[in-house]
Design a protein around this ligand. Structure first.
Ligand SMILES: [Fe+2]
Ligand SMILES: [Fe+2]
Length: 191
């Protein structure tokens, strides 16, 4: 079956490649950190991203959606550059920009779910919900690492993400179950 939804198809292709960029970035990030606990936590997040890439590919294969060569090259480079930069930009920035990126990724999966549901397809709900929530957990983890950093208020003002600002409306402490998760990242709210 072919998916008659160009936005959804593009979102899937982009997510597939962006997960690789994230995984690459976390390889460098984990290596640049001190302490086994911090390294292991970021390593686990890297593994989550490879898992997401696999899940997205499974969905793409179901609808014969090809992998985008353009996105693959673009995100390969982005991932490698971020990975290398982790060694030179100090401790704060890799955590900050990882958290900011994760914050945006959360809604990508909930938006995919809404697009699929709009086509009358609900079989991917669980996997998309789980991936969206996992990205939220990543965001929360990264924010926690820099919550007390003196730079956070300034960066929050400059880059619109931080302790009080997020790119999604999910509260991980009071999360809705799958069946009630429709208000998450409502497409109308993005306008
Ligand atoms: Fe991911
Ligand atoms: Fe993530």
């Amino acid at each position: 079956m072919k998916l008659d939804h160009p936005e959804l198809v593009d979102l899937l292709k982009q997510a597939y490649s962006a997960e690789k960029a994230a995984a690459f970035a976390y390889i460098g990030h984990a290596k640049s950190l001190k302490g086994a606990e911090a390294k292991d936590a970021v390593k686990q997040i890297e593994m989550d991203e490879w898992g997401h890439r696999h899940e997205v590919l499974e969905i793409m294969n179901e609808y014969d959606i090809p992998i985008s060569k353009y996105y693959e090259i673009r995100f390969h480079l982005i991932g490698r550059i971020i990975s290398a930069s982790c060694y030179i930009i100090g401790r704060f920035m890799p955590f900050y920009f990882a958290g900011r990126l994760e914050s945006g990724n959360v809604c990508e999966y909930f938006r995919m779910k809404q697009y699929f549901n709009g086509l009358g397809i609900a079989v991917h709900d669980k996997v998309l919900y789980d991936m969206g929530i996992k990205e939220k957990e990543h965001e929360v983890y990264f924010l926690k690492q820099i919550k007390k950093d003196k730079l956070l208020p300034l960066f929050e003002k400059l880059f619109s993400w931080g302790d009080k600002t997020s790119f999604n409306n999910i509260d991980i402490d009071k999360k809705y179950p799958l069946e009630e998760s429709d208000p998450y990242c409502k497409i109308e709210e993005k306008k």
